[in-house]
Design a protein around this ligand. Structure first.
Ligand SMILES: [Zn+2]
Length: 165
């Protein structure tokens, strides 16, 4: 049994030494975190995956307006939205914008709840399922990590949008 994906410390993935440049997306110039091979193998389209050969040492670019999703500077491979099976929520502006991949929460669903009732049950519901060990972020979420941080941001944005505090 593996630990819940949400209990992984943000720095736990980075204990192997990486040079600064390895983690920098050359298309947007930002530094990002590594993704596990299991995430790549689950979410990259098969022909692309076959062309890559080695799914190790990739990073996930989170810049909203950067078209890169995964990159590997050592192999000099850059994968874009077209290479990935799932919609990458943080890079989408049109519906549906997925937020939680394990339990199907989208930005619209969260915004709609806030519009209707002034609050969203997303964090509570996702949190409960995570605690029950039902999440599989490593194979469903393009970031390979737990969505809760992102869900919180979307809830905050929704509340600003509909002016509820
Ligand atoms: Zn980028």
């Amino acid at each position: 049994m593996k630990d819940s994906c949400c209990e992984i410390d943000d720095n736990a993935c980075c204990d192997s030494k990486v040079s600064e440049d390895t983690a920098i997306c050359k298309e947007c110039g930002s530094k990002w975190k590594p993704v596990n091979r299991i995430t790549l193998k689950s979410l990259v389209k098969e022909p692309t995956l076959e062309a890559i050969g080695n799914p190790d040492g990739f990073y996930f670019c989170e810049t909203p307006d950067c078209g890169v999703v995964y990159f590997n500077n050592e192999q000099q491979v850059y994968l874009h939205k077209d290479d990935v099976k799932a919609r990458v929520g943080i890079k989408e502006t049109e519906n549906p914008v997925p937020v939680c991949y394990c339990f199907g929460w989208t930005q619209e669903k969260i915004f709609e709840q806030i519009k209707q009732s002034g609050f969203s049950t997303a964090v509570r519901e996702i949190g409960a399922k995570v605690k029950a060990g039902e999440c599989t972020c490593d194979i469903k979420n393009p970031s390979g990590r737990c969505c809760i941080g992102n869900v919180n941001k979307v809830v905050k944005r929704g509340k600003e949008l509909y002016r509820v505090s």
